[in-house]
Structure formats: structure tokens, C-alpha cells
Design a protein around this ligand. Structure first.
Ligand code: GLN
Length: 490
């Protein structure tokens, strides 16, 4: 590998290359920093890049460690980035919002301390829709990120910055958060791998809450194995988050990943394919063919409750968001707004006027659907739908399938600005992703094809709770069998 191409290395290639002396952590990092500088004018993947000198000093420390045979961690100085709703001590954490413009996190998220402990070097905070509400990054207060496959198009979201950064070689891997598809959707739109773990596998400590009962931090990377490597670093019981699972499965998610899909039973979900764009639907059919050729059996399956998943999802998440975002009253967190001339209510109202339109909409909606007079018709009904959907999905896994498969997103990436005026049509784009969150199952988006117009198509696979290793194995099998993918244009 020459120097201009080293940054295209996968995570596994990086670790091999740096530990065998093919290149140093410092060289790799410095190439990555130049790449960031050159690429950011076009992509706006990052909200904040960390101090280069400090990062390089850390890389040199890793290099010394490698030379002297010390342990340098599984990531060995690998440049990674994190979504800007994940706290890192001493670093700005804005959540893509003007509300938190000057907020500096006083502590590390557990995922961040685990990355650091394994020698990861966090280079930047990635752009996102404000408070992770959205699926295009157009709701970021700091301007949209752009899709490297075509900069006139959205990169997906809400972890759009993370997906762009991984696709455009501005890091080796990134962490996003997935409440209703925010890791998988941008991964699909940018042709990278996005992994949403089983709920409870990864600590949410230090992740700024949007809808805490369903969201997880998850890796975005260029290969399935890379996502598995990063998952292994961040997963596991955390005493700071009591929703993390006690019985954490073996932490090496790479083990067995090449095992293939021989004998696996795969259900292609009707409700997630029927209304899809024809090119997208065809990709799902071809993916099923690839898995059959590898020894899996694929059949169509109907899951009735999927049709109700989006309204249920947006009702529950709005209610949780309204509660979680109530803390932004500008007294405890916020920005510089002098108190003079206001009484309490007008002050808080003025301060909260800083939220953007999508967040404001969700908070009003969330207050309404969970209010005493309306909760029975909306919030409680949404919870019932969630319970029925969970039963339906649990039955499908218990009786018939190892994997449920569909396109990650039913449509192709669209133009920046094309859908911002119609928030409800944007909600429907989440049709295929929210089921995994509502039912707490793991799901992954695997790059599969590029459309005739040059836009990426991803395939989603979902498995039963805590079957993350089975899921990764199936995803890896698809990655190996899919038709060759073109390189991202530059
Ligand atoms: N588009 C969904 C929403 O806006 C998903 C967002 C996410 O996963 N954070 O809620």
C-alpha cells in the first residue's frame, strides 16, 4: 500500500498493517487528517475535528508501544469518529442543535472510554439531525452533510455524518446511534455497513437521550467484519447503564463470522418489499438468490403488524423525546441568553425557541399524545401495537426463521431539499427500520448494489434478540456473495 491509499484500509487491514510495521499509526493518522481537510469542504461530515497535534502525539505513543511490544489495544491507534450526541470529555457535544452550541461534555460516554481503552483515536464529532430526529441530516442546525456518491443527494440520517465519514475515508469507522434506523439508513444511502445491536448490548451511558427505551449506539464501517470488531470493543454490561444486559455474549464478534449461511432460514418480509422502488425491490430478490446459492433457504413471510409500526414508533418516540428534552430550559444546559427582561415562563419559552422545526414538532406531538386526555387514544395504543409487533416478530424467529430480510430503505437516496416540506412522507421512509427498534432486535444494513443512476442500495437483515453473532455471520455471507460494487466516486 502506498501512502495515498493507506487510508482506504478496512479496520482489519489497518490493525494488520500497523502491527506488522507496514505503516505507523502516526502516518495513517496524518493521512487521515489531510483527507479530512480536503474532503470536508464538499461533505460536511464533521461538526468538530479534534486538535491534530494532540491526536498525533497519541498516535506516536501507540507507535512506541508497538515497537516495544506493549499492548496497544484491539484498535491500535485507529482513527475513528463519533456522532455528536455521544459525550467525550472536554469536547463539544452539540447534538446538531443550536441549543447546545457551547456545551462541552464533562465526562466520557462508556462507548468512548472503551474505544480509548482499546487504542482508538477519536478524530472528530460527526454531523447529525438535531437530537437525532430525522433521516437526512438536513435537520442539523449546522447544515446538511452531503452524499459522497452524489453531493446533490442526502446521505441519510440521522447519523449521516458518521456514514459519510466512513464512506469518504475520513475515518476507518464511526459510531452512530439508531433509534429508528439512524445507523442503518445512512449506511444504506452511503454504501457502508451500519449495525444496530440488540437493545441492551451496548451502554447508552453518555449518549444524549432521544427515545431511551429503543435506541442503541452502533458502529458504521466499510465492512461487516470491521463493524463486528468495533461492536466487540463497545459491547457489554456497564454499571452506569442498568439497561445493559447481564449475560453479555462472548465479546469477540469476529469469531465464527466466516461460518456462512448453510441451513439458515431466511424470511423476506412482504410488508417491507411490496411498496419499494423497483430497483430496490430487485436488489432484495437478488440478495435472496445469493443467500440460497450459499445454502440458506429463503421464503416470503408476511408480518401484519409492520404496517402499523411507523405510527406506533413516532408516537412512542415523540412522547419519550418530549420528556427527555424537557431538561433544555437553558437553566441547567444551554447557551448564553441573559436573564434580564424576562420572567420565568417567558425566559424558558424564549430559550426553547432555539430548537429547530423538527424537534419542536416532535415535542408538541409528544406532549399531546401522552397527555391525560389523549394518552389512551395515542400513546397507550402505540404501546399495544409495539407489544403485538414484538409478539409477531418473536414468533417468526421462534418458529421459522433465523433472519428476516428486506431492503434497508424502500426508496433510493433523494435530492437535498426534496422532502423537507413534507415531514409525514419522510416518516414513511423509516418503514423497514423501526421494527427492529420497537422489538429490540439487532439489525444490520449491508451495501448491496448501486442503482442505474449511481445511488447506493443496502439490504437489511434482522435476527432474534442476542443473536448478534448469527446476524453478523449472515451479513458477512451476503457481503461475500453480492455482485462487485463500484468504488465511491471522488
Ligand atoms: N428517522 C427516525 C426519527 O426521526 C429515526 C431517527 C433515529 O434513529 N435516531 O425518529
Amino acid at each position: 500500500m502506498n501512502h495515498s491509499s493507506i487510508i482506504r484500509a478496512s479496520a482489519l487491514e489497518y490493525v494488520r498493517g500497523v502491527t506488522s510495521g507496514e505503516f505507523t499509526a502516526e502516518e495513517f493518522l496524518s493521512e487521515t487528517l489531510s483527507r479530512i481537510e480536503e474532503a470536508e469542504a464538499r461533505y460536511n461530515a464533521y461538526l468538530h475535528v479534534e486538535d491534530g497535534q494532540k491526536l498525533l502525539a497519541r498516535a506516536r505513543e501507540i507507535d512506541r508501544g508497538i515497537k516495544s511490544g506493549q499492548k496497544v489495544g484491539l484498535l491500535a491507534g485507529m482513527p475513528v469518529s463519533i456522532k455528536d450526541n455521544i459525550c467525550m470529555r472536554g469536547s463539544r457535544t452539540t447534538c446538531g442543535s443550536r441549543m447546545l452550541e457551547g456545551f462541552v461534555a464533562p465526562y466520557d460516554a462508556t462507548a468512548v472510554s472503551r474505544l480509548n481503552a482499546e487504542g482508538g483515536i477519536i478524530v472528530a464529532k460527526a454531523n447529525m439531525d438535531e437530537f437525532a430526529m430525522g433521516l437526512t441530516t438536513e435537520f442539523s442546525a449546522y447544515g446538511p452533510s452531503r452524499n459522497p456518491w452524489n453531493t446533490g443527494y442526502v446521505p441519510g440520517g440521522s447519523s449521516g455524518g458518521s456514514a459519510v465519514a466512513a464512506a469518504a475515508f475520513e475515518c476507518v469507522a464511526s459510531l452512530g446511534s439508531d433509534t429508528g434506523g439512524s445507523v442503518r439508513n445512512p449506511a444504506s444511502f452511503c454504501s457502508v455497513v451500519g449495525y444496530k445491536p440488540t437493545y441492551g448490548l451496548v451502554s447508552r451511558h453518555g449518549l444524549v437521550s432521544y427515545a431511551n427505551s429503543i435506541e442503541q449506539i452502533g458502529p458504521i464501517a466499510r465492512t461487516v467484519s470491521d463493524a463486528a470488531l468495533v461492536l466487540g470493543v463497545i459491547a457489554g454490561r456497564d454499571e452506569h447503564d442498568d439497561t445493559t444486559a447481564d449475560a453479555t455474549p462472548a465479546t469477540d464478534y469476529l469469531e465464527g463470522i466466516e461460518g456462512g449461511v448453510e441451513g439458515m432460514r431466511v424470511g423476506i418480509v412482504d410488508e417491507m418489499t411490496e411498496g419499494a422502488d423497483p430497483e430496490v425491490a430487485r436488489a432484495a430478490e437478488r440478495a435472496a438468490g445469493n443467500l440460497e446459492a450459499a445454502g440458506a433457504s429463503c421464503e416470503r413471510v408476511s408480518l401484519d403488524m409492520v404496517g402499523y409500526s411507523v405510527p406506533s414508533y413516532y408516537t412512542i418516540t415523540a412522547a419519550e423525546a418530549a420528556s427527555n428534552l424537557a431538561r433544555y430550559d437553558n437553566l441547567r444546559y444551554g447557551y448564553d441568553l441573559p436573564l434580564d427582561g424576562y420572567e420565568f415562563n417567558s425566559y424558558v419559552a424564549e430559550a426553547r425557541g432555539r430548537f429547530g422545526p423538527e424537534v419542536t414538532r416532535r415535542m408538541i406531538l409528544g406532549g399531546y399524545v401522552s397527555s391525560a386526555g389523549h394518552a389512551g387514544r395515542y400513546y397507550l395504543k402505540a404501546l399495544k401495537v409495539r407489544a403485538k409487533l414484538t409478539r409477531e416478530v418473536a414468533d417468526a424467529f421462534a418458529s421459522s426463521y433465523d433472519i428476516l430480510m428486506a431492503p434497508t430503505v424502500p426508496i433510493l437516496p433523494f435530492r437535498i431539499g426534496e422532502k423537507t416540506d413534507d415531514p409525514v412522507s419522510l416518516f414513511m421512509v423509516d418503514l423497514n427500520t423501526v421494527t427492529a427498534n420497537l422489538t429490540r432486535r439487532p439489525a444490520v444494513s449491508v451495501p448491496y448494489a448501486v442503482s442505474a443512476g449511481g445511488l447506493p442500495i443496502g439490504i437489511q437483515m434482522m435476527a432474534d434478540s442476542m443473536q448478534d453473532r448469527t446476524l453478523l455471520r449472515a451479513a458477512r455471507a451476503l457481503e461475500m456473495r453480492r455482485p462487485p460494487l463500484p468504488e465511491v466516486p471522488d
